[in-house]
Design a protein around this ligand. Structure first.
Ligand code: RIB
Length: 302
């Protein structure tokens, strides 16, 4: 039951700081951490840490970060047969600021991530056809995301689309061809241009997507858990109370855990319950992949 993550990898440069500098200002931060990140890579690693068989399809640059990124995947058991270096470009890099309220601000410089093309999916089609689940985000070209959705649909492979970072350029008709569309509240607001300040708002915004034929919409709600909407039905899963130190990559932890659990047994409700716990736990540690629990740690949590 292999999961294919077709997406991004970045090098995260994380500054922990009480204040974020204003224009023209220089401030001293408390701590710095460098780690492997990128939404696709984080989701792949989260699933792999939980014991999933994962193949990553990604592009890295021809710089000092590339080999480290590939060996990082391998250290977690993620298959890197479809991770390739692109000559003449940098690897993706993400400067991140985490403030005293454990909230993050992220800039991404996509670099090689922009070089994963629809034709690359065609070229890897025989390998990808054997996968049980495709997992996508929006840090690679949108045309590649659309092609991957078409590929999943044509081959009967369920597709999870995490529309992050949200962009109004996303074709929602295409996005709604995914089997699971998983935005957070902010992403839902940007994508639908509708307010999301309470559950009723979220339901109304969600209806615009469900009306397009979307089968499953899962809205992640941060410390309030997640809401799963399909047809006229909805299910809310509450999150455990935790003490957050760094929320970076919590959404990716959610997707990785959901993918692993769903690929295992097809039980969406259980996958949601697990993903909420897994993501909540991830905010209690610093960094992205480093903060994700192993399968043993997770077993103790649930
Ligand atoms: O979701 C968190 C991730 O967003 C970070 O790892 C960063 O690389 C950006 O892609």
């Amino acid at each position: 039951m292999e999961i294919a993550v077709i997406g991004s990898s970045m090098v995260d440069l994380i500054a922990y700081t009480d204040e974020v500098p204003k224009a023209g200002e220089t401030l001293e931060a408390k701590e710095f951490q460098m780690g492997c990140g990128g939404k696709g890579a984080n989701q792949a690693v989260a699933a792999a840490k939980l014991g999933a068989e994962v193949i990553m399809m990604a592009r890295v640059g021809d710089d000092a970060f590339a080999d480290n990124t590939i060996s990082n995947f391998q250290s977690y058991g993620v298959n890197t047969d479809l991770v390739e270096k692109v000559a003449g470009v940098s690897s993706g890099v993400a400067p991140i600021w985490v403030d005293k309220d454990s909230q993050n601000r992220i800039l991404i410089i996509p670099g090689a991530n922009k070089h994963l093309f629809p034709a690359d999916i065609d070229q890897a089609s025989e390998r990808l056809k054997g996968c049980a689940l495709l997992v996508l985000q929006l840090e690679i070209p949108l045309e590649t995301v659309y092609h991957a959705i078409d590929f999943g649909n044509a081959n009967g492979i369920p597709v999870i689309l995490n529309p992050a970072p949200a962009t109004i350029e996303l074709d929602l008709d295409y996005a709604c061809r995914s089997d699971f569309f998983v935005p957070n509240e902010t992403e839902l607001e940007i994508l639908t241009s509708m307010p999301v300040s309470g559950l009723d708002d979220i339901r109304a915004a969600s209806q615009t997507l469900l009306a397009k034929g979307l089968k499953n919409l899962i809205v992640t709600l941060g410390d309030k858990g997640a809401l799963w909407l399909r047809g006229d039905e909805e299910t809310q899963v509450d999150a455990p109370v935790v003490s957050a130190v760094d929320t970076t990559g919590a959404g990716d932890a959610f997707i990785g855990c959901f993918a692993h659990s769903y690929a295992n047994d097809g039980d969406v409700h259980q996958a949601l319950e697990r993903a909420v716990i897994y993501a909540s736990h991830s905010v209690t540690g610093k960094g992205t992949q480093a903060s994700y629990a192993s399968s043993e740690e997770f077993a103790a949590l649930i």
